[in-house]
Design a protein around this ligand. Sequence first.
Ligand code: GLV
Ligand code: MG
Length: 354
Amino acid sequence: MRSSKDFFRPLAVGAPQPVTEIPARPSRAIHFFDPSNEKMAAKVPQMVGTVDVLLGNLEDAVKADNKDAARSGLVRIAKENDFGPTQLWTRINSLDSPWVLDDLTTLVGEIGDKLDVIMVPKVQGSEDIHYIDRILAQLEAKAGLDRPILVHAILETARGVASVEEICGASPRMQGLSLGPADLAADRRMKTTRVGGGHPGYLVRADPVAEQPDAHRSTYQQDLWHYTIARMVDACAMHGIYPYYGPFGDIADVVACEDQFRNAFLLGCVGTWSLHPKQIEIANRVFAPSVEDIKHARRVVAAMGDGTGAVMLDGKMEDDASLKQCLVMVELAEQLAAVDPQLKAQYDAIEVTA
Ligand code: GLV
Ligand code: MG
C-alpha cells in the first residue's frame, strides 16, 4: 500500500511537484480538431480565444495512416501559436495501441510546456492512471517541466464505469472525466448505433385507460446516459475533479444536442466536447448560468445575510442549503465572466431587487 504521505511526492526524480487542487478553469467546450487535417489545422489560430479548450485529437477518427502526421501536426501547431486564455489539450491513443508511447514521449518532450491536459481514452481502472502518472513524471523530469500535465479519463468501458471512483482518485493529476457514449455503448453491448444522444426506442408508456384498450397511450423518451453521467458526477465531486458530457454526433440536430448538454449541466457537468464550431456556441451558452438564475441567486445571497436560518422569497422557503446552491451558480458565473466579456456584461447588467 502506498502511504498517503507519498501521494503528493513526484513519481520521478526531478519531476514537478504534484498539484493538491485542480484549478476551476472554464472549460465549457472542448473543441476537437484533427491535427493531420490541414483545413482543420489552419483554422486553429483563429479559434484561440473563442473557445475554452482546443484539443488536438490523435485517437479515434484519425486514420491509422495519419497517426504520425497528427502527432507532428499537433507539435507544430503548439509551437507556432500562443494560446492565450485558451487551454491546449490532446487526446492520445489508447494504452493498448502501438502509437501511445510515441504520443507521450513526443508530446511531453516537444510541447509539454504548452499542454494543459492529456485525455486518456478507454480507461479501465486505476492501473491505467498509475501507468500514465509514472511515465508522465519521468518524461516531465526529462523535459525539465516546472508544472505537471493533468490527466483526463474518458469513461467508455463497462469496467471503467464500474471503477469510476478509483479512477478519479488514482492520481493528484486527475483533472476530470468525460462520457464516451459511442465506445461505452459498444463495450456494454447496448443496441444503439449513435454517437451520444437519446434513442426513440428507450421510453416509458402511459398506463392503458380502463376498458379502452385501443386508446392512445403517450410515450416519453428516456435518457440513455442518465445513470452513467450521475455516477460520473458523484465520483468527480467526491475527488474534487470535473465531469463533462462527451461527443454528440448528430451535428445537424442542434436542438437535441442542446437538450443533452443542458441535462448534463443541470446534473453537475462543467462542459462538453464540441465536434463542430456550431456546438461551441451551444456549449458556451448552456454551460453558463442564465441571467435569470444569477439574478435569483444574488437575491437569495443578499436576503440570507450571514447564511443561516430561513427566509421567504416569492412564497418559497430559502435556507442554508438553497443558499449553497446559489453560491455554486454565483461562483461559476464569476469564473466564466473573467474569460468571457459578453457574459460579464450580461451578469453586470443584472439589477438585484429585494
Ligand atoms: C468517445 O470517444 C466515444 O467513444 O463516445
Ligand atoms: Mg471513444
